[in-house]
Design a protein around this ligand. Structure first.
Ligand code: SF4
Length: 387
């Protein structure tokens, strides 16, 4: 009797090899056979190698936008909605968006970063963000997150060097599944993405960052990348832009980031600042921002004169649909960046990629899914006063 006759295929998507082997041995399949099948799916891109078999969500939309460093690709995968919440409105699927971003580094080597979604929509309501306009539909499973990498690599045919959790959703609102996905993505028998090439970006859930603080002390997790989406220089502006700031303010964020820096051996934390004209781009904002960043520039865990503990990324705002604010001009961005540099900060000015296809930072969330009704809470962020 063959395996196919006897056993229902088991999907390895969202599982480490060890977990997959456990599933297989429980139904009488040997570890060796399980490993072979696991590698066929995750290393070779096969969809079926019994006992492993995957169902890949269809790519329903795909947009390309050429730029100086290559072609940015946004693709949308359509997932069945398990609860069929909106079936009465003729929608019984969830669309999730991912973006492949080309980059040419200092060494002139071209790499590709995949920006993945961790949720369908988002509950956190940041004012500048396209995804926020959708509300939260649901959180993704680890398998659905890993499927975005699989589609990028084996459907789009792009080798993925880095993964950033900066797509739809707040990763800390779905941390269990995000961490499971990372375990799978870093498994050297499968996707084999180095831990240092994966970054979780948060708008500042301090409870989630506390969990990361414990996790990075565990072997294998130390090099996990972290980014904070700050976007303001004082609590008043930040609370208006990002309701989560009413729950965890800028002082609380600074405290936890300094603790994290200590346990991570001085590894840099990226601080993201979306520059919005008339909102957070004044001279006084630059001065406040430099003061907030100041503790990160003195890093006692690094050798004298070498490096710094925080790196500031200035991202020109990409207007969402119906945005009350325009994008900043080149001059406005230059002026703000120059001011910060004069104040002694290390600043990286992020070039905008994918703006025309609504694939740039803060722009994920299709018009199709925005028609849906708002579902405000996930189970693990109930009680968050900020919303
Ligand atoms: S910026 Fe991030 S956390 Fe805020 S609404 Fe958008 S997806 Fe959610």
């Amino acid at each position: 009797m063959t395996i196919a006759d006897d056993i229902n295929p088991i999907s390895p998507m969202g599982l480490t090899l060890a977990a997959y082997q456990e599933h297989c041995t429980a139904v009488g399949i040997g570890r060796g056979k399980a490993k072979e099948a696991y590698k066929a799916i995750l290393c070779d891109g096969q969809m079926e190698s019994l006992p492993a078999k995957i169902e890949m969500p269809a790519v329903v939309t795909r947009q390309e936008e050429p730029g100086d460093e290559g072609i940015t690709i946004k693709f949308v995968q359509r997932l069945p909605n398990p609860e069929h919440r909106l079936a009465d409105r003729g929608i019984d699927f969830d669309d999730i968006e991912s973006v492949i971003i080309p980059m040419i580094g200092r060494s002139k080597r071209k790499t590709h970063t995949l920006c993945v979604s961790s949720q369908v929509g988002c509950a956190l309501g940041c004012d500048f963000c396209e995804t926020a306009q959708m509300g939260l539909i649901r959180s993704l499973t680890a398998a659905e997150i890993v499927a975005q990498w699989w589609a990028a690599k084996f459907i789009e045919g792009v080798h993925i060097d880095n993964i950033v959790f900066m797509g739809m959703g707040e990763p800390m609102d779905n941390l269990d599944e995000v961490l499971l996905a990372i375990e799978c993505l870093t498994d050297h028998n499968g996707a084999n993405i180095p831990m240092a090439s994966i970054t979780i970006s948060t708008v500042g859930r301090v409870d989630g960052l506390e969990r990361i603080k414990e996790l990075v002390q565990v072997r294998g997790w130390k090099r996990l990348g972290l980014a904070l989406s700050l976007n303001a220089s004082n609590d008043e502006v930040r609370s208006k832009l990002m309701p989560i700031n009413k729950k965890w303010n800028m002082q609380a964020l600074q405290d936890i980031l300094l603790e994290l820096r200590e346990v991570r051996g001085g590894r840099k934390i990226m601080i993201e600042y979306v520059l919005i004209p008339g909102v957070n781009d004044a001279d006084e904002h630059a001065i406040e921002l430099a003061a907030w960043m100041q503790p990160f520039s003195k890093d006692p865990t690094r050798e004298k004169g070498k490096g710094h503990g925080g790196l500031l990324n200035i991202i020109p705002y990409n207007p969402r649909r119906d945005s009350p604010w325009p994008a900043p001009t080149e001059e406005q961005t230059d002026q703000f960046v120059t001011r910060l540099m004069k104040l002694g900060l290390f600043v990286n000015r992020r070039r905008t990629k994918g703006r025309d296809s609504m694939a740039a930072c803060g722009q994920l969330g299709t018009a199709e899914i925005r028609k849906r009704k708002f579902v405000p809470m996930t189970s693990n962020n109930q009680g968050l006063d900020a919303k």
